[in-house]
Design a protein. Structure first.
Length: 376
């Protein structure tokens, strides 16, 4: 078995992606407007100003700010399965987009990409490479289906770590994100082989064994925890029928470690986990349920921790994440609102001062399905 330790490749710049100054406006439940991608600067200052004074209006604004969540980083309702995006990024959506694709903020996806790349479980790569090396060679190389691809961060991370030519099929319901994913896709594999991409707009319900015919690998990031048990079962069944492995990364594990500690940490964590499960989604139970589903189809399942480790260098990401995490907790338990506002103020102030460190626990799962004719 190879023992090489791959370096984390630098993320490609996504052409034409708007920066924080160009970001669309996100309106929270209380009408507090924030620019997407700015919680580490103006957003943080706004909460500090609101909660730092004793007047009634200021306190009200502070508590309202808890639910002013940046798109892609905060709580989201759950639409019917037929209308839902391939991957729900917990972003607040406009009332008029229920029948159309939601434009989840690329700024959030870009902000988290380096933390995702550093967190992904490199220890699962060698077993994956061994399985892929056993597949018969195809003229076009390995065919990889990336489900709920977002802006394509999985491909930018993984394609340069695998040898040989590759063809990536990028799946997402949002054509806006598919544009970014295709434009920012890597062009070469680890050994210089050519990497090509195509995009397919659609949701998870359409990911059938026929759609995966010829696939060598299925990948996804931050997907399992926003699936229902039935959806996870269908994903496992489709991969098993196609005979292709699945690398499913960055599923929330339900644990968060913050330093320094705060008396409200555990209660916020519990409320957030309840929020994750409340519309039938798997949330922190996702990896266990998915592992059981894949094992039920005869797959060998490997799991490995993939935590975000956020310190002063990731202050902007930490501030965005804090807003979404606390906002979801308050949405689940409204009685937390006043205490959570003070908590968020203190945490954002510590983040700005470079004094806060956060470990957000995730788990990566590799399911090595039995090869069939579909993967040959």
């Amino acid at each position: 078995m190879s023992t090489r330790k791959p370096a984390v490749p630098a993320a490609r710049v996504i052409p034409a992606q708007p920066g924080p100054q160009d970001a669309p406006q996100a309106t929270g439940a209380a009408g507090v407007t924030r620019a997407a991608g700015t919680a580490g600067t103006a957003g943080t200052a706004g909460v500090t100003r609101a909660a730092g004074t004793a007047g009634t209006a200021e306190v009200t604004e502070a508590t309202d700010a808890v639910t002013a969540v940046v798109p892609g980083a905060g709580p989201a309702g759950r639409r019917p399965a037929a209308e839902r995006d391939t991957v729900r990024l917990r972003g607040a959506t406009a009332p008029d987009d229920a029948d159309g694709p939601a434009r989840y903020a690329p700024e959030w996806l870009r902000l988290r990409e380096s933390a995702d790349a550093a967190a992904r479980a490199h220890d699962l790569l060698d077993p994956l490479r061994i399985r892929l090396s056993d597949l018969p060679r195809r003229a076009g190389g390995l065919v990889v289906h990336d489900v709920g691809c977002g802006t394509g961060s999985m491909g930018r991370w993984l394609a340069p770590l695998l040898d040989g030519p590759q063809h990536w099929v990028l799946h997402d319901r949002d054509p806006y994100l598919l544009h970014f994913a295709a434009a920012g896709a890597p062009r070469t594999a680890a050994d210089g082989g050519r990497v090509t991409v195509e995009t397919r707009r659609g949701d998870l319900a359409r990911l059938t064994p026929d759609a995966l015919a010829g696939a060598a690998l299925v990948t996804a990031s931050a997907l399992l925890d926003v699936l229902t048990p039935e959806e996870a079962g269908r994903l496992a069944a489709a991969c098993a029928a196609a005979g292709c492995p699945a690398l499913l990364s960055l599923s929330v594990a339900g644990r968060v470690d913050l330093t320094p500690a705060h008396p409200l940490d555990a209660e916020i964590t519990e409320a957030f986990n309840d929020h994750q499960r409340r519309t039938g989604m798997l949330g922190p139970d996702a990896v266990d349920v998915a592992a059981e589903a894949f094992a039920g189809h005869g797959a060998t399942v490997l799991a490995h921790p993939s935590p975000w480790r956020l310190g002063p260098d990731e202050a902007a990401l930490t501030a965005q994440w804090l807003r979404g995490w606390v906002g979801a907790a308050v949405e689940q338990r409204p009685e937390l609102r006043a205490r959570a506002a003070r908590y968020l103020e203190e945490r954002l102030a510590a983040c700005t001062a470079g004094e806060l460190r956060v470990v957000v626990h995730h788990t990566d799962l590799l399911a090595l399905c039995r090869p069939t004719g579909g993967a040959s």
